[in-house]
Design a protein around this ligand. Structure first.
Ligand SMILES: [Zn+2]
Ligand SMILES: [Zn+2]
Length: 127
């Protein structure tokens, strides 16, 4: 086994001094947690007391950050955007949607939404 000379924070990739070491209970990685009020330091996570177990719980900022949404909103298009992406007029795309030829969703407010991957490809190619 080799000793690692410089311990690196999992959150900010900076070196972690001995008085700032904390291990995340979720991912197990080292992060900055200033345990000494008399020394300067940064916090890249939090610690709190679990009232049920009366134990300290540690979590790094990576695990505390809200989870990324599956599929990005960039893939959700309204009628105008979808028509531009499919190189059609909005009316033509709406007609396709109403004919059930394109997957779509109509919101409660009446807005048509499409997913980029569902749009017809190459429809507008003219010979
Ligand atoms: Zn850090
Ligand atoms: Zn973590």
């Amino acid at each position: 086994m080799q000793d690692v000379e410089v311990k690196v924070c999992h959150v900010c990739a900076g070196a972690v001094e001995a008085h700032m070491e904390a291990w995340c209970n979720w991912c197990g990685n080292l992060y900055h947690l200033n345990s000494r009020a008399d020394l300067p330091g940064t916090d890249c996570g939090q610690v709190w007391i679990n009232e049920e177990h009366l134990a300290l719980e540690f979590a790094c900022n990576v695990c505390l950050a809200p989870p990324a949404e599956p599929g990005t909103l960039d893939d959700v298009l309204d009628l105008l955007e979808a028509a531009a992406a499919a190189q059609m007029t909005p009316a033509a795309l709406e007609a396709l949607a109403e004919a059930g030829q394109v997957r779509h969703r109509r919101t409660a407010g009446g807005v048509l939404l499409f997913r980029r991957g569902d749009l017809p490809g190459g429809v507008a190619r003219r010979g």
